[in-house]
Design a protein around this ligand. Structure first.
Ligand code: SF4
Length: 114
């Protein structure tokens, strides 16, 4: 089974604004729905925290502690589609940085549930 890491926007999840915290990302991954083409094993699910400076070191630490390099990284739908948008970077910018740093494909978005 494909192994994936998910990075979510804590501004959304921690405030409940736009995400009630029932983790639709994890549902989509387990069922192979939304942006997941097949059921996937989520090996870590970590937060981006404003202003976004910890996302690279936290991803590195998650890989170190889990001892798993995922096949792909996913930026959650709340991170990619946030409104108002992230004031610090675009989803494309952070995806590019993650790809350059870890050499892993980065997918924009996770689920398409309403
Ligand atoms: S930096 Fe942007 S993506 Fe990261 S938690 Fe803050 S608002 Fe969300």
């Amino acid at each position: 089974m494909k192994k994936v890491g998910i990075i979510y926007c804590s501004r959304y999840v921690d405030t409940g604004y736009g995400c009630p915290g029932e983790w639709r990302c994890l549902k989509a991954a387990s069922l192979g729905e939304g942006k997941f083409k097949e059921p996937c094993s989520v090996v870590f699910w970590i937060a981006c925290e404003c202003p976004g400076k910890t996302v690279i070191p936290n991803t590195k630490m998650a890989m170190k502690l889990s001892e798993i390099k995922p096949d792909a990284l996913y930026l959650s739908s709340c991170l990619v589609n946030s409104y108002p948008p992230c004031p610090y970077f675009t989803p494309e910018e952070i995806a590019k940085k993650l790809k350059e740093t870890f050499g892993i494909d980065v997918i924009l978005g996770t689920h398409e549930y309403k």
